[in-house]
Structures are given as structure tokens and as C-alpha cells.
Design a binder for this molecule. Sequence first.
Ligand code: SF4
Ligand SMILES: [Zn+2]
Length: 381
Amino acid sequence: MALRFPYCSNSCYIFRPIGNHGDHPSSLKHKQAAIRCSSARSARRPQNVPGEFYVDHTCIDCDVCRWMAPNSFTRVESQSAVYNQPSTSTQRVAALQALLSCPTASIHTETPPADILQAHSTFPIPIHEDSLPGVYHCGYHSKKSFAAASYFIKRPGGNILVDSPRYSERLAQNLQELGGVDYFFLTHKDDVADHDRWQKRFNCPRILHEQEVTADTAGVEIKLKGKGPWDFLGPDIDLLFFPGHTEASVCLHLKPLKVLFSGDSIANIPQGYLHVDPNFNWYSVDIQMESIKTLLPLDFLWILPGHGRRAKYNNVEEKNKAINDLLDSVYVRVAPLPSIEQNHLQKASLHDLARTTIKLSIHGTKLTRLVHTGYTRLSIF
Ligand code: SF4
Ligand SMILES: [Zn+2]
């Protein structure tokens, strides 16, 4: 069995025998097959351009490398690939940051990069030094949090870690140099990754809504109750009750810098508009849309999400237009039907949409998901 040594500096693999039955010929065969299989998965995807950096077949298509290093990574056939080898030092640093942040260690270099320690030292990454001083992207995304982004806020009232990165002592040391973590805010139950290790490292209270607490997070120190908003972190911060994606998601509004840390409740997507993903909704899309309405009167210009791209608006009117566009988008609910009717339903849905002369950015896969999940968003041009 091949075990990947996670996130080591040269993206190497180690191979370990399993069990005590290694001498049995059939077992050996089994192990050899497993190694071959794993080697195939860790091999360079042919969709990568030639050169030092490449993505292997284990990519889970989380999009992180594509927004962290857009000059190097793109999406090809439902996984990432290197389309442009880094040619400047800025591009190389970004590609190495993506390599270190990939939740599945699917990004590699042909030879161990000599500058990997330098890349580690760039975390947490300032998001926008001019307009967001003290706000950082932690990197080191975790598979346990479904590759969600986490953030660090350095502020006089106490530094805050927003959602959990994969535990990395290098990142911990860098956060320590920035003053350490005073509060550890978890937007909801999904993006908690290595919360216990971070809590122990910084002895910081974790904050999570009580309805989001699971057996894994039972030890959370501050459990929010009710519907908020909560302002106990200081006058600069409101914690906003935001049910919908989950039963009791909470967003963090950093008021002086006009930032909304949205968890998985709302995100920008590569196509450039705000989006909620019905395929990853664990409670109610309708309630999520109701929660999104409550953002209209709020004063923020940035959305820093768990998944998807950041959004930055020039003014509140622009922000509200984006939110209203999302609220106006059409969600089609399709009642669960026996599988025999699914093809018919797909055609009927297309026909209904054609009648309204709406041009749709929909393809077959999406329609299948529409049937399975009950909702999809239709983009109107
Ligand atoms: S960060 Fe890793 S898993 Fe995510 S899209 Fe890139 S290569 Fe794939
Ligand atoms: Zn989530």
C-alpha cells in the first residue's frame, strides 16, 4: 500500500507494508497492485504542460490552486493542470504556495524545490495590504474541511483565526510571530479541520454556534446560543446568525475594514457572480437565500468565503447589486422522481426554460445534478 507523506517539501511518497501477512504470495501481489494503482494516481496528468510543476490524478478539483496561482493552474477535464510553468519569481512563489495549500498534496515538482522553506515563510498571506491591513489567508487547506479557506485577523482587540487550516507548526510559528491567536472562530460545523490542535497550540477559546457542535467539537469553549448578532469580540466585530447552508452557520463582519467572512454561506465563483451551491447545502436553500437578504443593509465591500473566489466591490451599491442578482436568480425545484422518469424530467426542464427564452449556461452534467439535488441556479444573460 502506498501512503503519501503529506505535504513534505518535495512532495515525495513513502511506501509501507501493511499487516503481518507480507510473505504470502497473493498478499504480495495485492500489495504490488496497490502500489501500481497508487503510483498511477500520483503520476503526472498528461494535461499538464511540460516542465517542473505538475498536478497528479488525485486532484479533487477544489479550485484552490487556480485562484492562488492563476498564472500557472487551470481546470482541464474536471481536474487542475499546469497550463503555464511559472516564469517569474512572483509566479513561482504563488505556485509553491498553491503546492503547500493543496488539500490532497496533488501538486508536485519534478525535483525537490530548494526554495520551499522560503515559500512556507510567506504564510499567512496578506490579502490586500493597502485596503485590508492585518487580514491574511492562512493557506494549508485541509481535506477535513473540504478544502475550505481559513483566515487570520490581527487586531488590537485580540487576533482571530477564522475557520481551521490544516495543522502546520510552520504556520503556527508564523502566526505566533504575528501575535498568536486569541480567538478561534468557526463559521459552522464543516470547516473545523484540525481545530483541536490549533486550540491546544494557542490555548485560544473556540467559538461555534451550539447547534453546529458535533461529537468532534463538543469541547468548544464558547457556544453561541440563539440568533445573535453577537458583539462580545469588540465593537469592530459582529457575528451574524446565518442559517441556510447549515442550521446555524454564522458569518463574521469585520466592520472597520468592511469585510464579511462568509464561511460556506455565500461565495463568488470563477464566472464572476455570487453563488450559493445547492449541491452542498445541508439544511435549506430557501432559508439560505433569506439569510442572504439580511446582507443588503450591511456595510461591507469584501466577501472572504470558505470556498470559491473572493469578492471585492467598489461601493455598497455594487455589493447590493451583486446580492440582488443572486436573490433574483432562478432556482428550479424538482420533486424527487423515480429514476425511470429522470430523462423525461431533464427534457421537460429544458423545454420549460426554452419557452421563457432564457439562455442557459447549463450542460448535461448539471442537469443530472439538478434532478438529483432538487435545485440549480440558472444564469440569465
Ligand atoms: S489545490 Fe490540489 S486538489 Fe485543489 S484543484 Fe488544485 S491540485 Fe486539485
Ligand atoms: Zn459547509
